[in-house]
Design a protein around this ligand. Sequence first.
Ligand code: GLU
Length: 485
Amino acid sequence: MSIRTRFAPSPTGYMHIGNLRTALWAYLIAKKDPEGVFILRIEDTDQGRLVEGATDIIYNTMKECGLKHDEGPDVGGPVGPYVQSERVKSGLYMDYAKKLIKCGGAHYCFCNEETIAAQRAEHEASGQDIKFIDPCKNLSLEEAEARIAAGEPFVIRQTIPAEGTTSFDDEVFGHIEVDNSILDEQVLIKSDGFPTYNFANVIDDHLMGITDVVRGMEYLSSTPKYNLIYDAFGWEKPRYIHCPPVMKDEHNKLSKRNGDASFQDLMAKGYLPEAVLNYIAMLGWSPENNQEIFTLDELVQAFNVKHIGQNGAIFDPVKLTSVNGLWLRGMDLDHYYELTKEYIRSAVKGDFDLKKIAAVVQQRANTLQEIAPMLDFFDVFPEYSNDLYINKKMKTTPEVALESLKACLTLLEGLEPWNAEVLHEKLMELPAQLGKKNGQVLFPLRVAITGKQSTPGGAIELADIFGKEETLRRLRSSIAQLENA
Ligand code: GLU
């Protein structure tokens, strides 16, 4: 049987990083099987929590990331509809709830809020789990149906066996076994006729043929209850892959409420979708080797549920930034230029070859947002202090710099033609002629034409981009500044 997984978000706002990682892992697990199917299901039965536009964010995010679903609301499929509110309309959850009542897995409940709260408080006070054991489950079906016919409001609750244990083997958390006596007789169908998540997810996973349920570990403790429903129907249970949380730090989960970055925020900050996916795949999962950079296809090959850890994984923006930088540097120049030219143009209005600027900035920028601030020395030649020439590693001082720069000026004034190859050839001969180290010539030259100690690109590349006239203008001005010191 081929693998079928689903990503089942609730459209309650933005796509947080933990959600996206769940989607990614579910995708990888499906795609590892050449016949595998990845499904998108929108879980919108909690109408009070819906946020307008949230479904579009889900579609857009998945599209941007290349997490293409094979079945879902927008692409259809054999087991739709794929939006729970549409499924509600067909009455299917109510039908299954009634079947479950017949199988002994559920019952009608007429208790009011106070009765329930009082019992929960009692359980809590005696040190037990805050569960509710419903006295209504002792009503006969005829009695219950008569009360419903008389117009009494009701919900449908799960019936939990009073004794015994329920167990399952989670792919990540191993063997889980609980006493039935601690399980809550939770609501399956609310008084408005809507199913709860707790019921709808079981029915849908079954009807959609889901083989592997991939979701956050907050559902781990409810899974025994879901399994009791599968058992009552006599249905085959799926494999479970409960995912450890994505953390902000050791104690706090990543969350929008704390202002932590969403996927959209990361895009706005200049990260690449490929890099974000690459990084978050490894939040809680580690590949067998030390490979760090994975395309989505490579992730499909490398991913293995066995190597998901149980501990929450901390989302480290510094690490993400470095992975993003590796992605940017790994692109071919044409692609990189297309991606970055607007960012470069925002900082460089002058008549320079933007593609050459892209080539130097590519070696240094870790995010798209870092690009513009790195290029602040093209349109203006910044004021700077001669102290910039002091560099221990390069063994330079303003005195050394002045000697080197004068020699550079003589050389460059006579240089024809002006291009990177010729600049390279001639400037690389100069240190030996002067009895200096490379850095004692090229570092001062870079400072002299940029007014900065660190820049994307070296003296040769930058002189090429500036052109002869601008390079000589800056160089002469810097020599004068040293001579006047
Ligand atoms: N709608 C649930 C959520 O967004 C999905 C849980 C599940 O995957 O079963 O958390």
